[in-house]
Design a protein around this ligand. Structure first.
Ligand code: SF4
Length: 380
């Protein structure tokens, strides 16, 4: 099976959980996590449906029709002060085709350099950008990048969720902004080289253009999205990822995630053997994984089996301080009479649990219905 390349969506999700060595290793090694999850017997609910993909592609084609005239109009309208949109023949549309991701990334870098040196408008359709992640190269592909005459570069992200009355679903806009931040980060590395080679300012703009269908139509609407916060977070989180070689070096010898598929793609490797390989790499499960990682159901099951408080969410885990399992939490709440109960009331988490347990006991005692006395009506 060919290794899968990382896309910006996967990188944004990886950056959101930098403590997960399992994901860092599997993504870095290009393992198809959806296929792995299926082979483990915990298929993912995560991912775009075929219908959403088709709808997204058709909307993107519409936005980019007529040489991207509408897209450039939206860039100029939303990302002032560029003035009116340029005439169609004043916009360069370089051919970015080349063999393999490395070739396409090199072709994109050259096109960006030429467009910046020329000092005019250019529209790069699906450029390929390289980014080093945990010591391995990853290739990401924004929907488009617009080069402005002043040497500014704008990332364009085209999504198929609607923008109603000028506003879109905040969670979806947030996810698009995190994805766009990955593109901005990858472009920044190229901009440094281009500025040095051309002597012209090459600057990646930290406001990206989000294009969505307007209201319930198929007409494009644009909005400028400031991704400075997402950019800073992504940069910091990706920098915190442990190098893939380091994680791999700590694995037991012979560990492999090969599904051993037949010609028709059916995995033949026993799920227990695969599960053991997956468990050999530490994970950092949190409920957020359910919306971001194909292995979420598998990791959640394991987390629950271990009684880990991580399955309750990062907020609860943070509140519980050093208590790592549900068993420890219950023991702390039950007090010194419990068998292994930690008796450390200086620990705010233990004190809060003890108080909560006392309040619960009080409430339950108060709620107890007294038994009816002789002669009083009672329940039958
Ligand atoms: S689902 Fe598992 S592998 Fe994926 S990020 Fe969460 S803990 Fe890591």
């Amino acid at each position: 099976m060919l290794p899968r390349s990382l896309d910006a969506r996967a990188l944004a999700a990886l950056a959101a959980n930098p403590g997960c060595r399992r994901r860092a290793l599997l993504d870095g090694a290009g393992v198809d996590k959806a296929a792995l999850a299926r082979a483990l017997g915990s298929p993912a609910a995560y991912g775009q449906s075929q219908f959403a993909l088709v709808r997204g592609n058709s909307f993107e084609a519409r936005v980019k029709a007529d040489g991207g005239a509408e897209l450039l109009r939206l860039v100029c309208e939303r990302l002032a002060p560029d003035g009116p949109a340029p005439e169609a023949d004043a916009v360069a549309r370089p051919d970015l085709s080349a063999a393999g991701p490395e070739g396409r990334a090199a072709r994109t870098a050259l096109a960006l350099r030429e467009a910046t040196a020329a000092g005019g408008w250019a529209l790069l359709d699906h450029p390929m950008l390289a980014l080093e992640v945990a010591g391995s190269p990853a290739y990401v592909e924004p929907d488009a990048v617009v080069v402005h005459p002043d040497g500014g570069w704008t990332v364009v992200e085209i999504k198929s969720f609607p923008m109603i009355d000028g506003a879109a679903d905040a969670a979806k806009v947030g996810a698009a902004a995190r994805q766009a931040a990955v593109y901005v980060l990858a472009l920044e590395a190229v901009a440094g080289h281009v500025a040095a080679r051309t002597g012209r300012p090459a600057r990646v703009r930290d406001r990206v253009l989000l294009v969505c269908p307007k209201d319930f139509s198929n007409l494009p609407a644009g909005a400028a999205v400031d991704v400075r916060k997402q950019l800073a977070t992504t940069r910091r989180q990706l920098g915190r990822l442990t190098r893939v070689e380091e994680i791999a070096a700590a694995l037991p010898p012979g560990t492999t995630f090969d599904l051993r598929t037949t010609d028709d793609g059916t995995p033949t490797r026993p799920p227990e053997e695969l599960a053991a390989a997956v468990e050999a790499v530490g994970a950092a499960y949190a409920p957020e994984c359910l919306a971001a990682c194909e292995l979420a159901f598998h990791c959640r099951k394991r987390s629950r089996q271990e009684g880990s408080v991580a399955a309750l969410g990062r907020g609860v885990r943070g509140e519980l301080g050093g208590l790592r399992t549900i068993e420890e939490v219950l023991a702390a709440a039950s007090g010194p009479d419990g068998s292994d109960a930690p008796d450390d009331l200086d620990d705010p988490a233990v004190a809060a649990l003890r108080r909560a347990a006392a309040l619960r006991a009080e409430a339950l005692a108060g709620a107890a219905v007294p038994a009816p006395r002789d002669g009083e009506p009672g329940c039958r």
